[in-house]
Every structure is written in C-alpha cells, then in structure tokens.
Design a protein around this ligand. Sequence first.
Ligand code: ARG
Length: 470
Amino acid sequence: MSQETPKALWGGRFSESTDAFVQAFTASVSFDQRMAAEDIRGSIAHATMLTEQGILTKPECEQILSGLETIRLEIEAGTFAWSVAREDVHMNIESRLIDLIGDVGKKLHTGRSRNDQVATDIRLWLRGTIDLAVAELGRLQSGLVHLADAESETIMPGFTHLQAAQPVTFGHHMLAWNEMLERDAGRLLDCRVRLNQCPLGAAALAGTSYPINRARTAELLEFERPTENSLDSVSDRDFAIEFLSASSLVMMHLSRFSEELINWNSTAWQFIDLPDKFCTGSSIMPQKKNPDVPELVRGKTGRLYGHLINLLTLMKAQPLAYNKDNQEDKEPLYDAADTLLGCLRAFADMIPALVVQRDTLKQAAVSGFSTATDLADYLVRKGLPFRDAHDVVGQAVALGVRTQRDLAEMTLDELQGFSPLIESDVFQVLTVEGSVQARDHIGGTAPNQVRAAAARARQRISERLDSLKM
Ligand code: ARG
C-alpha cells in the first residue's frame, strides 16, 4: 500500500501535513476497502439522484459513472493503488475518480459527507452478509431435516443432567437443533428489516441545503425508505449490535451442538462417526482421529461474544452525532461475518456426512432404565396416583441397579412383587419402541410425529430461501 503523502481531500484549513504516525493511526483503508463495492454502489445512486434533481448535469453524471466503473474494474483486478495517505475507502475512491476524470470528479461529494456515506456502506454490506448467513443457515437446516426424516425410527436415550432420561428418536433430537436455528434465521431477518433504511442525505449530521431526493437514493439502493433523523443516521450503530447479538446466538447454538457431536464421536460414547474429512490426526498418537471442526466452532464462539461486547462498549458513551470512535465498528463486524459464515458452512457440509451408529444408540437407550416413566404412567392408567406409582417404580429400579438388569429384563413375578396392578401387558410399555410410539402428539418424539414435523420444517425453510433476493 502506498505511503506517499498527497494533500488530503480535507486539507484546505491545515497549515502542516498530518504526522506520519497519526496518518497511519487514523487510517482505516487497510480494512474498510472491503466495502469498496458498496461504496461505489452508493456513489452511483447518489450521482444519479443529484442528476435527476438538476444538481449535476447529464454529461457530468456520465463521466462520474464511467470513472466509477473504471475504479470498480481496477479494484476487482487487484490493480487499484490503495493509499494510507487517502485514509479510508471513501477518499481512496474519490481521489482516484478525480485523477481519472479531473474536476468533474470533485462534484461527486456534493450534498453528502463521509458520515452518511459510511453509514450507508455498512448497512449495504451487512444486509448482503445477512442474506448469505440466512442462506447458509437454510442449507444447514435442510441437512438436519433430511437426517431427521431418515432417522425418524432410530432410538437413542434422551438426556437430562447428562443422564439417560427417556428414549427419544434421533430424528426428534435433530429437529430440536433445527428449531433453534429456525429462530436464529428469524432474528437475523428481523435485524435486516430494521437496518434496511437509507442514511444518505443526512450528510455530516444536519442534512444538506441542496434539493436532494432521499426517497430516490433509498429506492436505487433497494432500501425500504430513508432514515427518519439525520443525527441518528450518522451515529446509529445499533443495527450492527443487533447483528452481532443475533450472530452470537447462532454461535451459541452451534457451540452446544459441537459439544454434543464431540461427545457422541468419542470412543466412550460412539453414537456417531464423524467422516475423516472433518477430522485430523495426532502428530504423536497414531490411533487418534480428532473432531477438529466442531472443536473449532465451539472455540470460535468466543470471538462473536467478544465482538458483541466490543461494539456495545464502543457506543456506550458517545455523544451525538458522528465520532471517529465509529471507525472501530468495522473490524469486529468483518471478523464476525467471516467467523459466522465459516462455521455455518462447516456445519452445513458436515451434518449430511454424519454416520449414525443405530445399534449403539439403541443399546444406550435400552440400558439406563429409560422406560421407568412409562412404567409409572402404566400404573397410573391402572388407577394408582402418580406419586405412588413413582415410588413403586423407584423400588423396581433399585432392584435393577442391585442385580444389573433393566426393567424389561425382570420377570412378571418380580414386577408384581412391587405392585399387584402389574400384568403381562406391562412388557409392551417397557420397550423403548413402545415408549417413543406412545408420545404421539405435536412436538412429541413418535416417529410419525417426527416425519410430520420434518415436512413442516422443510416447507418453512424453502419458503424462506425462496424469499431471499439473491
Ligand atoms: N473512515 C471513517 C469511518 O469509518 C469514515 C467517516 C469519517 N468521517 C469523519 N468525519 N472523519 O467512520
């Protein structure tokens, strides 16, 4: 990046040039060049509106648009000479425009400031990022729902306190994750609704004396409407905080899910097998196959939480309106987006490749007295109050623990010793299959409920993906 010091675009009132360290310290071009496409798009809309309003002439506009197109191509080709002396993406592009087309280029900044310009750029960029994230979430959800449908009959232990509690179907378990991700997609899209307003025209803070048409720039940039208040427009970053908050929740869910996959993939559990391509080996222990991808997702969650706290803190003491502090919003946002999109991609690729160890899952569900509640419910159906039934089953479980047998492995005589209400039909409710079949209501774990829930989920996901304008 070039370090030469041309006269700053704002240098008129200055009698000496900026200290070299201060120049580097205050510059943002090393990172905000990432929003060059959005910056150019905003400038095109601004110039178009100025021309329609008679503030620029048609020939001037044509020169500006063709200059911006040249710059766009230079940036895409990697030949654009970014300069720290030009401070940020906005002034790098504007200076280059002036180099290319001369004095007409100096007219582009009429009726605008970098303050409304940067606020517009971030919103455009974040809106695109949200669309990518929601699409990637949809891909992950589709994989989950497909797996849920395929494993709707697969029985596993459901846990509370990490103790086998009651049998559930693997498909039901996958759909639990899908529900969390469904709310995550909703939160990201809610955030998109609120950020989808155009700050252009707020200028530095007070608006501008030119006869601009804010509704027109908003329309050209596909914003819902112009922002309502010029001071708020240049200082607001709560849309960015909302994005980080919604993204933190996505990462919290992916981290919990990762934790589960790591346990399930361990030699102790062996519930699933993570395909080799999502694992790495150990440089010392030849037998190891480490679940690096979910471990890294779990680890990267901290970045998002950190960025969220960073931006909350960045904003907490700022007076109205724009302050240079706001330049610090970008790096956390960029890293948040990269982390979020990377983790979603890893998960969306990994889930369809999971190998489900059906026999081990079933075995784990059968041992661990996971049908104890079903036995209590059976006794209630025979007329015993639930508290008494709970006590009876507790005694049966104690015998099982002493003799290392599951309830279904006891004889009818033994069971009748705990309650005379128990008859030979008890063995139907003591099987894990009977237990899951019995939970046959909306939100329940019965295989046919899981298949119906998967179909509803698939419908919601595809409607959402269709509505994304990508
Ligand atoms: N690079 C600046 C930022 O990211 C652009 C806005 C600068 N505005 C100003 N008044 N210095 O916030």
